[in-house]
Design a protein around this ligand. Structure first.
Ligand code: AGP
Length: 613
């Protein structure tokens, strides 16, 4: 999705904004640009392609000014090009605008503005915003009121940031709907603004999160919030614990490599102080579900997208086993259009790393309208998902920058285990003995994760042998079937190899026709309740000259004999082994993508947070 950065203060604004955009590169984009007010005039540099193109333009013709707004564009309307890159200006170049989202009524507005004599120079929906502001300015409104009138006229979910050369001492912005957040950073006699905190974390940790319908006027003296009707709004400042270093790659080649490697730390942070390892008791103070309310939950519907939806599938096993509550899992994009049956005893569990995924937010709104209680497992503090939830369980992994989700996925599995235990303890379906057993397994988890992540296994050899294969099949069963889905998604989204995750029991109903020596099969075969079933699957694959790469428990000679390659993990409780089994699949996908020379952190066509439908 688009990245947004703004600055007003004593420093060279273009430099601050450009550096902020660099930190947002992971979001995925196809063009970039910056506007400033230089010698009293709106001045813009923008280009198609990577930020390096914009950097060359800025070196060639620098821009000086103390206020600037910058944008990395992920095209929705109008192909990636210089003319469609943001910022956009009106024909008189007195206002500049950047935007994230979609102006759903832009065609009617554009036709009306053209009829009134406005001249458009791009194919974007964004451009109607700047012409509307220009129109309202010429009708005698102040800049702030011209913006407010504009924000009320456009439809759709948008984050909009504007400059006016006649008022160089301010930035005006608004958040309408859930098209990606706007966070205000409060500095000493300077102010920052960004679509994501990593862009401005190095300057300040004092953040103000804008909500749907908020408008802000930002100057070096501070910020004034109001709603679109013009009524003042008071907002609180949140002190963010994330340090800028954690948003840096450090010694790693890719953010994804760093985030895979740091899962012993991120799982430790997810556990935090939530588990009493002696009694097994779980505390989730922000969950906001009383013991009585927990007893009255009739059903949980879990919704998410992509990797997070596979986490929901794992959580279903945990919650049904420990809390004995039926769990339905739905893709968020499907849920909202299936006229779901929901009552006041239904809990909707949403999982989202970014907390800004449009489909997930819409599903939550749909469920809320029908009376459900909203619980979310989310990573980004201050995100829309967090703010519209009745109860939350934070992932606490720190910034996840790589487009492919890794540490957030394993933490969302752990958070669901804590959620399941909390509900089970409240409902009396989870015994103290089992609570203690699980707590002890949780206690060992980070160390086991670190052991797996530091093991010198044959990832490079596997990548060298199979990097040119066109298809992979991932097989899992029971609670590890979703891990097969996740392993396949990791591979396809960063290496562009076609990979399919499949329930192993379904092989004989069709996919076995695919088996041959050209398509490696990754099988998750752990010593659990479906171990023997999985062994027969491997045997069926081998009987058809298939290649088997097994994720199995350490020391399992039987699997080692049957497999061509083995990636092993230590044993743990059956409900925790999916977390451990995920790690070798992340490392395998990473190694194959690197061997194929892929852009691991910014895979083609992908965005870190999909804030449009
Ligand atoms: C995961 O590797 C993908 N980048 C994608 O499937 C992602 O999980 C999905 O878009 C949901 O994102 P969220 O967790 O931020 O809502």
């Amino acid at each position: 999705m688009c990245g947004i950065v703004g600055y007003i203060g004593p420093r060279q604004a273009t430099n601050v904004v450009f550096k902020g955009l660099k930190r947002l590169e992971y979001r995925g984009y196809d063009s970039a640009g910056i506007a400033t007010i230089q010698k009293g005039q709106i001045t813009i540099r923008r280009d198609e392609g990577k930020l390096s193109n914009l950097e060359s333009m800025l070196v060639e013709s620098p821009m000086n000014g103390h206020v600037a707004i910058g944008h990395t564009r992920w095209a929705t309307h109008g192909r990636p090009s210089q003319r469609n890159a943001h910022p956009h200006t009106d024909e008189n170049k007195i206002v500049a605008v950047i935007q994230n989202g979609i102006v759903e009524n832009f065609i009617s507005l554009k036709n009306q503005l053209i009829a009134e004599g406005h001249v458009f120079t791009s194919d974007t929906d964004t451009e109607v915003i700047v012409h509307l502001i220009d129109k309202f300015l010429h009708e005698g409104n102040s800049f702030v009121e011209a913006c407010r009138l504009t924000f009320r006229k456009i439809r759709g979910a948008n984050a909009i940031v504007t400059l006016n050369e006649a008022e160089p001492n301010k930035i005006v912005a608004a958040r309408i709907g859930n098209a990606g957040g706007i966070t205000i950073g409060v500095g000493e006699d300077e102010m920052f603004l960004a679509s994501d905190m990593p862009a401005i974390l190095e300057h300040t940790r004092k953040m103000i999160f804008m909500e749907d319908g908020d408008m802000v006027v930002m100057t070096t003296n501070g910020v004034e919030f109001s709603d679109l009707a013009g009524e003042p709004i008071s907002k609180s400042i949140t002190e963010i614990a994330w340090d800028p270093v954690s948003a840096e790659k450090g010694k790693y080649r890719h953010f994804m490599q760093k985030e895979i490697a740091e899962q012993a730390r991120s799982l430790t942070d997810t556990i935090g102080t939530r588990v009493d390892f002696e009694t097994g008791q779980i505390s989730l103070p922000e969950l906001n579900i009383s013991a009585t309310a927990a007893k009255n939950i009739s059903r949980i519907i879990s919704v998410a997208c992509g990797t997070s939806s596979y986490a929901c599938l794992v959580g279903k096993f945990m919650i049904e086993q420990l809390a004995r509550i039926p769990v339905e899992v739905d893709y968020a994009s499907e849920f909202r259009y299936r006229d779901p049956v929901i009552d006041n005893d239904t809990v909707l569990l949403a999982i989202s790393q970014s907390g800004e995924t449009a489909d997930t937010l819409q599903a939550m709104n749909e469920a809320k309208k029908r009376g459900a209680k909203l619980v979310s497992i989310v990573n980004v503090i201050g995100s829309a998902v967090q703010r519209i939830s009745d109860g939350i369980i934070l992932m606490h992994t720190g910034p996840e920058i790589g487009v492919a989700s890794t540490k957030a996925f394993t933490s969302s599995l752990l958070d669901q285990l804590l959620f399941a235990m909390k509900l089970g303890q409240a409902r009396g379906t989870l015994s103290n003995e089992m609570s203690v057993e699980l707590a002890q397994a949780i206690l060992a988890l980070p160390d086991q994760a670190g052991y797996i992540l530091n093991k010198d296994e044959n990832y490079e050899e596997i990548a060298n042998v199979f990097h040119d294969r066109e298809h992979f099949l991932y097989l899992g069963r029971g609670i590890n079937y979703p891990i097969a889905l996740e392993g396949a998604l990791k591979l396809k989204e960063i290496s562009y190899i076609h990979a399919e995750g499949y329930p192993a029991g379904e092989m004989k109903h069709g996919p076995i026709a695919l088996i041959d020596e050209m398509m490696p099969v990754v099988a998750i075969v752990l010593q659990d309740n479906v171990y023997e079933k999985m062994i027969s699957q491997i045997e069926q694959v081998k009987a058809r000259s298939g290649i088997v790469i097994s994720v199995c428990n350490e020391g399992d000679e039987r699997i080692a004999q049957l497999s061509d390659y083995v990636l092993s993990i230590p044993k743990s409780h059956q409900l925790l082994m999916p977390i451990l089994a995920t790690l070798p699949l992340q490392r395998l996908a990473y190694q194959l993508a690197v061997r194929r020379g892929c852009d691991v952190d910014q895979p083609r066509n992908l965005a870190k947070s999909v804030t449009v439908e």
